[in-house]
Design a protein around this ligand. Structure first.
Ligand code: NAP
Length: 323
């Protein structure tokens, strides 16, 4: 590698590897910040196909490329990073970035891409001490499945929205690069509004599929539709209190469109609970409940989803301890 890369990815899981492939495809060199692996790594990307999830069925159309990986704590190489894209789970973002702020370049730009909301608020407060570090936010409906450590399958096309959040705006060359690299990506002047729309969809689909242990398509049933309506009706005034106007009928239509288009899929929260991993419930329904409280609003259905998923997480932890 001739020169140390200026772009790094922190959180090189399913979405991170998808974005890494997309940036590599337009000629960018990406430094991977991992928690364990160092050295030159060979990554494999499998494009969207109708093939089943058997790896051997689509290795012939896969694309291989190389990236340098370092442990996220390696100070010297972080000093070269001008754009840091963070694609960890929402609950990992703040604790991972906090120690890096003092060692990143003074003018580094951060991009957060995760489901749920909240980490940007904690991070914006921390960034007050770093006036030249800017923050952008992103949300994606692309789908990605990690098949092994360095192997990802692109499971769904979808829109990606990016936009400015805090501090110095992203340099134009990086903005153009991201829009060129990520298919169906758009720069949004009001990114918070896009995040609320995605949040509403996640609030409606994710906890219900995890609680009822079902595929997304099962939520078309009338008993779930009642709960979905109640969740959206509670969320809309909370978004409004934060300056975001959402319309019930179009939001419900969007949620049902996603339910129908992804009928065979298991949501990420279903999978997290099924595999005894922590879920992003605190940043999804939990964010709505917490924001509602700050505005004196009631969100009993979101609170019920939060409590139910937290109970499942606790049960999973206890069963792991008793093994
Ligand atoms: N997958 C999708 O289709 C999809 C679609 C839309 C949005 N999203 C959202 O995108 C976000 C990322 O999802 P994902 O599916 O990509 O999750 P993921 O596969 O679990 O990736 C998270 C990555 O973060 C890394 N990480 C955790 N702690 C770390 C640390 N201390 N240092 C360095 N790396 C660390 C993990 O490393 P290890 O490899 O060591 O575990 C993992 O590679 C989530 O908010 C998710 O809801 C996902």
């Amino acid at each position: 590698m001739s020169q140390a890369p200026h772009i790094a990815l922190l959180g090189v899981g399913a979405v991170g590897q998808l974005i890494c492939h997309q940036l590599s495809s337009v000629g960018s060199e990406i430094l991977l910040l991992t928690r364990s692996k160092s050295g030159l790594q060979t990554l494999t990307y499998h494009p969207i196909s109708n093939a089943d999830t058997n790896v051997s069925a689509y290795t012939t159309i896969s694309h291989q490329y190389h990236c340098q990986a370092i442990e996220a704590v390696t100070v010297e190489q972080l000093a070269n990073i001008r754009l840091l894209i963070v694609t960890t789970k929402a609950y990992q973002v703040v604790e991972l970035i906090k120690p890096l702020l003092a060692i990143l370049r003074a003018d580094c730009h951060l991009v957060l891409l995760h489901n749920g909301m909240g980490p940007h608020l904690a991070l914006s407060a921390m960034l007050a001490q770093y006036p030249n570090i800017g923050l952008s936010l992103a949300t994606t409906s692309q789908g990605a499945l990690r098949l092994s450590q360095w192997q990802v399958k692109h499971t769904g096309a979808g829109l990606t929205h990016l936009g400015h959040s805090f501090g110095k705006p992203m340099a134009d060359n990086y903005r153009q690069l991201l829009l060129k690299a990520i298919p169906n990506s758009h720069w949004q002047d009001d990114i918070i509004s896009s995040l609320w729309q995605k949040l509403a969809i996640n609030c409606a689909i994710n906890p219900l599929t995890a609680i009822h242990q079902c595929q997304n398509g099962a939520l078309a049933a009338p008993q779930h539709q009642d709960t979905i309506r109640a969740l959206l009706l509670e969320l809309i005034p909370v978004a409004k209190a934060q300056g975001v106007e959402l319309e019930f009928a179009s939001l419900l239509e969007k949620v049902n469109q996603v339910i129908s288009l992804t009928a065979q899929n298991y949501s990420s929260m279903y999978q997290d609970i099924a595999h005894h991993r922590p879920s992003e419930i605190t940043q999804i329904n939990g964010y709505v409940s917490q924001s509602a409280q700050q505005h004196g609003l009631q969100t009993p259905h979101h609170q019920a989803m939060l409590n139910a998923i937290k109970s499942l997480e606790t049960a999973n932890r206890l069963s792991a301890l008793s093994r």
